[in-house]
Design a protein around this ligand. Structure first.
Ligand SMILES: Nc1ncnc2c1ncn2[C@@H]1O[C@H](COP(=O)(O)OP(=O)(O)OP(=O)(O)O)[C@@H](O)[C@H]1O
Ligand SMILES: [Mg+2]
Length: 380
């Protein structure tokens, strides 16, 4: 009996020793977890703070203190909207209210203000922590400083804008240059050819009537001069379509479509509403060049049998749609940064606050849609 009592006593001793050791290990583990969490909080690269459900700041890490420009002692105990606040703080629109109203995680972009008044763009994430029964205890806020990203974005936007301005300037210079060359060719060569034609006429009238060889030569020369005059006119029109300046956009587009059909054998139907569309010179030349490039693309790439063009003026906007029934443009070609022709057309439209869209049609073919505000409500 004494032996049984003794062995029970020993067993109980071992059991309670093991229980104490296990509890000690659990306590140590809890303490370690606390230390780890605390270290993660303190050394986080993002600014972090913990607030209770009445918005009092309970805790803040070093990064938050540096970000807000305030020492930790000055932060703790303050209302969260009095430290590193933004425009929505302490208003009904404050995103923290969404956490209070049971949203699990709220993320938003916000401009926060340091103690010295400097603005810091941040991505803020607010996450609630709750009791097991769901009651809110407080909110952990994480502030990611995105100043560098914003500055890079701004620099990128500015650089893009400068490139756009440069491209637009180069286009304008190119148009001026084309105009000048066209004028010079027209005036210099045109006058010289007319004088040549008149001289040849004068000469041929004085040639002996019975010298058929000389008469034939003069006839050939006259034909050559006529051909050269036509070439000069064509080159001048391509450089700067006089029709555009003299008769307006619709006439110039019709003429260009006619030239295209003559050259390629592809019919080009045009419907224009109203019949005569007249726009200012800059818009007219931009639209005309886009139309020319669109037709060149159809001739080179589409393998089309018909082109349909619709021109329209509606509520202060010019609209042009060019549809071909060819093989259809592919999405990678639309999106490619190497599609300089398409890129140029987009940029030209952008110069006037317009849009340029090119896409494959649902039933095949390619459709180009251009919209340019005319700057005058109801202009025609
Ligand atoms: N109407 C069309 N039908 C089918 N494919 C087209 C059409 N228009 C354009 N594409 C495709 O889109 C690509 C890009 O056109 P883009 O005008 O930018 O360049 P490109 O005509 O090849 O060269 P360029 O710089 O001389 O204009 C073309 O290479 C062609 O493959
Ligand atoms: Mg092209």
């Amino acid at each position: 009996m004494r032996l049984i009592v003794l062995s029970m006593f020993v067993a109980f001793g071992i059991y309670s020793h093991r229980m104490v050791a296990a509890r000690k290990r659990a306590e140590e583990a809890t303490t370690m977890a606390g230390v780890e969490l605390s270290q993660i909080f303190e050394t986080a690269a993002d600014g972090m703070r913990v607030v209770d459900k009445d918005f009092n700041v309970l805790r803040a890490n070093d990064t938050f203190s540096a970000l807000s420009g305030m020492p930790k002692e000055a932060i703790i105990g303050k209302k969260c909207y009095d430290v590193f606040s933004g425009h929505l703080c302490d208003t009904p629109g404050c995103p923290m209210n969404r956490v209070i109203n049971r949203e699990e995680r709220v993320e938003y972009d916000s401009e926060k203000f340091r103690a010295d008044g400097a603005a810091v763009p941040c991505i803020v994430t607010a996450t609630p922590f709750r009791r097991p029964d769901g009651e809110l205890i407080g909110i952990v806020e994480d502030f990611k400083d995105i100043s560098f990203r914003k500055e890079t974005e701004k620099a990128l936007m500015e650089s893009r804008e400068r490139l756009r301005e440069l491209a637009s300037h180069l286009q304008a210079v190119r148009e001026e240059e084309r105009s000048r060359i066209s004028r010079e060719i027209h005036d210099e060569l045109g006058q010289a050819l007319t004088a040549l034609k008149m001289d040849l006429h004068w000469l041929s009238r004085r040639l002996p009537r019975n010298d058929t060889a000389l008469q034939a030569k003069a006839g050939d020369m006259s034909g050559l001069i006529d051909g050269t005059v036509r070439s000069v006119r064509r080159i001048c029109s391509e450089l700067r379509p006089g029709l555009l300046d003299d008769f307006g956009l619709s006439a110039a587009i019709e003429w260009q479509a006619g030239e295209f059909s003559k050259r390629t054998g592809i019919p080009c139907d045009i419907s224009s509403d109203p019949e005569d569309i007249v726009l200012d010179q800059d818009r007219s030349i931009a639209i005309f060049r886009i139309f020319q490039e669109t037709l060149t693309n159809i001739a080179r790439h589409a393998d089309a049998g018909l082109v349909q063009v619709t021109l329209r003026m509606a509520s202060g906007r010019f609209e042009m749609r060019v549809r071909d029934d060819g093989k259809g443009i592919l999405q990678p070609q639309v999106a490619s940064t190497k599609s300089f022709g398409l890129l140029g057309m987009r940029e030209r439209a952008h110069d006037f606050g317009g849009t340029f869209v090119v896409r494959a049609g649902r039933k095949g073919g390619t459709t180009v849609e251009l919209t340019i505000p005319t700057g005058e409500e109801g202009a025609q």
